[in-house]
Design a protein around this ligand. Sequence first.
Ligand SMILES: NC(=O)c1ccc[n+]([C@@H]2O[C@H](COP(=O)([O-])OP(=O)(O)OC[C@H]3O[C@@H](n4cnc5c(N)ncnc54)[C@H](OP(=O)(O)O)[C@@H]3O)[C@@H](O)[C@H]2O)c1
Length: 251
Amino acid sequence: MKIDLSGRNVLVTGASRGIGAAIARAFGEAGARVGVHYGARRGDAEAVAANLAHAVLLKADLADPGETARLWDDAEAALGHVDVLVNNAGVALQAPLAAAEADWLAAWERTMAVNLTATGLLCRRALAHFEARGGGRIVNIASRAAFRGDTPDYLAYAASKGGMAALTRSIARGFGKAGIVAFTIAPGFTRTDMAQEFIDAYGEDFAVKDLALDRLTEPGDVAPTVVFLASGLADHATGATIDINAGSYVR
Ligand SMILES: NC(=O)c1ccc[n+]([C@@H]2O[C@H](COP(=O)([O-])OP(=O)(O)OC[C@H]3O[C@@H](n4cnc5c(N)ncnc54)[C@H](OP(=O)(O)O)[C@@H]3O)[C@@H](O)[C@H]2O)c1
């Protein structure tokens, strides 16, 4: 089976680093034109785009709904049209219950803004665009935390990812007749900057202990499944969640 996405346009949020960068590279290898979105790390995003045959750089702070809406406009303007939206950008902010309530709430609200509200807004724009074009595909990068739950310091993170999963399922059920399919990816612990804080604090052995496999999941272990789901070869699995967690949470 060969996946050839030449002529297809893909917007990947949070493509400057980690899982998003690997997803952008994998789409590039499949021949797609990639909108490489970044928030703050322009240099990293430039490095990702430089290795792709067809890429455009797109900047937006996804904590800001105005910038998020503009990102979609910029993507359409730069790419002509969008075939696939991958909502990957996210934050995992620690918010202990013992923190002052205002600090806890600020972390909750920022987490929801970036992980859930921005995803909702981009899906809303994508749905209108895809309906007008006769179809499109959405892949939302949630987390194992959406289903297993997370630790008490990351209640907002798990709740935001649960919201993403429910959003994705609703889209799959509501828009299939319009030719639109939607999938959730639920990665477990994956070696990126987001995971590094945990690795630094507890050590890699602690993270690997939970796994059925013998090494930590890398961004490159997640990216191929995203490209497969976006290719059209899995459309009848619309609404499905794919767990990519090295067997750490089998359900
Ligand atoms: N790593 C894991 O263990 C793991 C596990 C399960 C799920 N996930 C999910 O996988 C996705 C990618 O995670 P990762 O580990 O690759 O994270 P990462 O290495 O921390 O990268 C996060 C990405 O999101 C972007 N981003 C963050 N806040 C943003 C904002 N306000 N505006 C615009 N962009 C923003 C960053 O852009 P800039 O750097 O340019 O600011 C960066 O490209 C996330 O949704 C995460 O929740 C990760």
